[in-house]
Write a protein that binds this ligand. Structure first.
Ligand SMILES: Nc1ncnc2c1ncn2[C@@H]1O[C@H](COP(=O)(O)OP(=O)(O)OP(=O)(O)O)[C@@H](O)[C@H]1O
Ligand SMILES: Nc1ccn([C@@H]2O[C@H](COP(=O)(O)O)[C@@H](O)[C@H]2O)c(=O)n1
Ligand SMILES: [Mg+2]
Length: 210
């Protein structure tokens, strides 16, 4: 099966998404850095729609789709699912949802994700919100999360840390070279982190909370 990049190259196709032209913010950071927590706050205060790539993949497992077993195994291992799978889920969600601005949480996770998304959708992010947090603090948070996630165990957490350092940081560095990264100290308490997040969105977004 050709990759999603091959398909885009071959057909020179831009998905229907590029017609919709949504505003997209990538929300990146290590496992347990607080991406989902802060996305919920941003949704409430600034009117974005939150799309967690991890949640979309977990929903795909639950749907019993043909990719479900592969996704389940990769999440259990903390590895990164092929871009074509994740991008199709993101494209479907963005096209179905009546909003023109989206927080894409936990994506892109590696260079393949990044390049394929831009090639297939034609979308370039407004900016990247990067939650910077120590591994000690992230591990402490995940072990206290109690959401029953198959990947919330010490062994998989350590694998996810390794994937983040080896693959995801390169994505952050790429956008940093474009001057697009807004780095947040995510090691602080939730409310303090959100104060810093608000400062990022307030000047840019016309729906800033009063
Ligand atoms: N600033 C914070 N201080 C303390 N605990 C936090 C903070 N932000 C989030 N948490 C808690 O840490 C845990 C992980 O947060 P969250 O699920 O938002 O992280 P995440 O980056 O989405 O992780 P993953 O990539 O594993 O989905 C949750 O239990 C959350 O309540
Ligand atoms: N772009 C992505 C995002 C996630 N995954 C897989 O899902 C796991 C959980 O992601 P969270 O953001 O919810 O922590 C992640 O560890 C990967 O296994 C992916 O493959 N590609
Ligand atoms: Mg999350």
């Amino acid at each position: 099966m050709g990759t999603v990049v091959d398909a885009a190259n071959k057909e020179g196709a831009k998905s229907a998404l590029s017609e919709k032209k949504p505003k997209v913010v990538f929300v990146l950071g290590g496992p347990g850095s607080g991406k989902g927590t802060q996305c919920a706050n941003i949704v409430e205060h600034f009117g974005y729609t939150h799309l967690s790539a991890g949640d979309l993949l977990r929903a795909e497992i639950k749907s019993g789709s043909e990719n479900g077993t592969m996704i389940q195994n990769m999440i259990s291992e903390g590895t990164i699912v092929p871009s074509e799978v994740t991008i199709k889920l993101l494209e479907k969600a963005i096209m179905e949802i009546e909003n023109d601005k989206f927080l894409i949480d936990g994506f892109p996770r590696n260079e393949e994700n990044r390049a394929a998304f831009e090639l297939v959708t034609g979308i370039v992010p407004e900016f990247v919100l990067f939650f910077d947090c120590s591994e000690e603090e992230m591990e402490r948070r995940i072990l206290g999360r109690n959401q029953g996630r198959v990947d919330d165990n010490v062994e998989t957490i350590r694998k996810r840390f390794r994937v983040f350092v080896e693959s995801s940081l390169a994505v952050i560095n790429y956008y940093s070279s474009k001057g697009k990264v807004k780095k947040i100290d995510a090691g602080k308490p939730v409310e303090e982190v959100f104060e810093a997040v608000k400062a990022v969105f307030a000047p840019v977004d016309d729906k800033a909370a009063a």
